[in-house]
Design a protein around this ligand. Sequence first.
Ligand SMILES: Nc1ncnc2c1ncn2[C@@H]1O[C@H](COP(=O)(O)OP(=O)(O)OP(=O)(O)O)[C@@H](O)[C@H]1O
Ligand SMILES: [Mg+2]
Ligand SMILES: [Zn+2]
Length: 399
Amino acid sequence: MSYQVIARKYRPKRFADITAQEHITRTIQNSLRLGRVGHGYIFSGLRGVGKTTAARVFAKAVNCSRMIGDPDYLKEITEPCNECESCRDFEEGTSLNISEFDAASNNSVDDIRLLRDNVRYGPQKGRYRVYIIDEVHMLSTAAFNAFLKTLEEPPAHAIFIFATTELHKIPATISSRCQQFNFKRIPLEEIEGQLHSICEAEQIKVDNDALQLIGRKAQGSMRDAQSILDQVIAFAIEQEDDRTIHYEKVAELLNYIDDEQFFEVTDAAAENDPKKMLDVARFVIENGYDEQDFLEKLIEHLRNFLVVYNLRSTRLIERPEQVKERYQRDASRFDSSIIMQMTDLLLQAQKELKFQFEYQFRFELVLLKLIGIVHPVGSLSSTEGEGETPEKKKPLIKN
Ligand SMILES: Nc1ncnc2c1ncn2[C@@H]1O[C@H](COP(=O)(O)OP(=O)(O)OP(=O)(O)O)[C@@H](O)[C@H]1O
Ligand SMILES: [Mg+2]
Ligand SMILES: [Zn+2]
């Protein structure tokens, strides 16, 4: 059997399996029940959050024989049956009632005219022909205009679904003729949950922390999460009889900088310890990590402290439990205005570093400046650790 990537193998076949987009699937199912299906829809949102998937389930549902012929089923279940001939044609990719059109590569007026001519023909079987127009924001203005009339007076059998990651690029003339659905970024727990079920189905054992790491890397996109999982499986599973994935392997593959390094930075700042700070800088440079990326993550690390100060809880920190506890503990070493100043410095540095030579030297300098924020030159800050020698309390860099 040929190998199928996870994202395709686990593409939802029913509305109920589409995670985190209930606000959309519920509305569509209601309109199906009421027989009030529109002709134009815009599905917008981040890559890999279910736009094409929802469009395909929708197309399958409006043509499903069971949905059309069995009013009780329609009312109570409102899902494509996945068993009738039409549903099977959809699943096998042979249905003529769905056309997917990639507007990124077919964006001229001529392409749209072809599509427009095609739209005139009704379905041979089933009820509707559904046109999914992907990346619709890539159409030229002329192409959009060529489409307006069709959208204004669509044939009764046609449904257009415009999918886009950039809603603001769609002209109002088009969007005002459509129902708009904004797909959400998928919350981390739901991505973790989905990855967990997939691993179970694939008979793979995996640490929760490893799944969390993959989920975080995906930043709200389910497809990204699934692609990373594919990669992780290929990397971490060496023998068929030991299908286990450990956190360390995932961290290694994703070139993940462990939280420890970021705590070292805040420790060094709290303890007025430039040597410790320079050790972190050396670690980053020697291991070939990207300095910009490190700063980005360091900002997120500081943001986690701000969460503790502002919410008095670690609920919104996306980290394993023991790391959350450490945030809680370490928060008392600073106050929120210090953390804000550190964040400002890093945001500024991030902008400036892009245009600089002597990158590594400047990177070290930025980290050292963090110490200066906690321990301003000439002051004896009250946040300094107890029992330190007076020697150590002196402002840094003498040599
Ligand atoms: N909400 C979701 N619930 C479950 N699986 C999902 C969801 N969103 C995406 N996926 C998974 O990711 C894959 C890709 O999703 P889909 O093609 O629907 O993304 P998309 O929003 O159309 O992205 P793009 O903007 O890149 O076209 C699906 O095959 C499915 O496995
Ligand atoms: Mg898509
Ligand atoms: Zn069916």
